[in-house]
Design a binder for this molecule. Structure first.
Ligand code: SAH
Length: 348
């Protein structure tokens, strides 16, 4: 019988497993603590579990994690990993170092089918969804490496903003978030967890009803259908007339503000009219706008907006009472932008 990966189970699921093995329900909390608080890398370390039961655990469960295939360290504290999964597929995981902590950018799918024209990740089509343990594994592997580099740092924030569309792998992503957020497990606060979507309406509506204090980011990128459909095919399925009411409903359900990510691309989405429409929509749905200088990828002809244009947008949004920042760039010396490293190793 194939072993089950223990990092794939929520506390409730592990409790059910323990009861099935004639253990007290308290066992699962003990195991969670070893896995996520004490970061055990073998069952033998679990000293308060009897030797006999440790042997049983070894027979039934594995502690397999993705393997580090390539690692790169940037001067600015960014770490980028290319990880190899058990079936040989490779995924990227990035760590971003902020003044307030360390955020790991988690990949949710091998490849992506959303087809956004500006994105390097989507150059490789979706192969499969990531399993729960493969998302949990990204955090654990990154956290271990981080502690080796600097024992005073640890993963404090999670953004599901790596390759893939999280709401196209909804159930696994939510199970992963519940493990990350569990007070008995990693204990990463819900307000420190963000999921980023390109605008999958049913996912947004479900997410707002989860009853968690987690954050939503929307890759907005254009406030006018004609432009948005040109660069994001998802807009044809969920145009603004569907997306905006869904975001209003999300806000009403969750009472949480959201973030719009807005890549600034020269002569495409950086006109005065775009600034005006963007401000109107952001106000309507209570969004904070993160302006992102476009990260040039060789596979397309888009150019970054001028700094003047970016600052014009920023100031205009502020003048309209919309909170806005210009995103700091990370790890440009190590190809840390989405998909660059994987695309290179997969021969694109
Ligand atoms: N599918 C999800 C999460 C992955 S994309 C989503 O669409 O949100 C993560 C973020 O990186 C998105 O906001 C995406 O639009 C942005 N991004 C992709 N390519 C980029 C590039 N070349 N420059 C800057 N940001 C990019």
């Amino acid at each position: 019988m194939e072993k089950e990966n223990i990092y794939g189970f929520s506390l409730e699921q592990l409790t059910a497993k323990m009861i099935g093995l004639n253990q007290s329900s308290y066992r699962s909390k003990q195991l969670f603590s070893w896995l996520y608080k004490k970061d055990a890398d073998s069952f033998d370390q679990m000293s308060d579990v009897s030797k006999a039961f440790r042997e049983e655990l070894k027979e039934k469960f594995s502690l397999d994690l993705p393997k580090i295939f390539v690692k790169r360290f940037s001067e600015d504290g960014t770490i980028k990993l290319l990880l190899e999964l058990s079936d040989g597929h490779k995924i990227e995981t990035v760590l971003m170092h902020y003044v307030y902590g360390d955020a790991v950018c988690v990949t949710s799918q091998v490849g992506c089918n959303m087809g956004c024209k500006f994105c390097a990740s989507g150059l490789l089509k979706k192969v499969r969804n990531l399993k729960v343990e493969e998302m949990v594994g990204q955090v654990i592997v990154m956290n271990r490496l981080l502690k080796e580099v600097d024992p005073s740092r640890h993963v404090s924030h999670i953004v599901v903003m790596g390759t893939g569309e999280p709401f196209d792998n909804y159930d696994n992503v939510m199970s992963f978030i519940r493990i990350a957020n569990s007070p008995s497990g990693m204990e990463i606060g819900a307000r420190h967890i963000t999921v980023s979507t390109c605008g999958i309406v049913p996912g947004i509506l479900r997410y707002g009803k989860e009853g968690l204090q987690v954050n939503l980011a929307v890759s907005f990128h254009a406030p006018i259908d004609e432009i948005r459909s040109k660069i994001m095919p998802v807009n044809r399925a969920y145009p603004l007339e569907k997306l905006i009411p869904a975001l209003e409903e999300y806000y009403a359900d969750s009472n949480r503000n959201m973030t719009f990510e807005y890549i600034m691309i020269k002569d495409l989405n950086d006109s005065d009219e775009c600034a005006k429409e963007l401000a109107k929509i952001a106000k309507r749905v209570h969004a904070f706008v993160n302006l992102i200088p476009y990260n040039k990828v060789v596979e397309n002809d888009f150019e970054r907006s001028s700094n003047n244009r970016i600052h014009y947008f920023h100031n205009y949004l502020l003048s309209q009472g919309i909170k806005s920042t210009i995103r700091k760039e990370f790890g440009s010396d190590i190809e840390a932008a989405c998909g660059q490293l994987r695309a290179r190793y997969e021969g694109k």
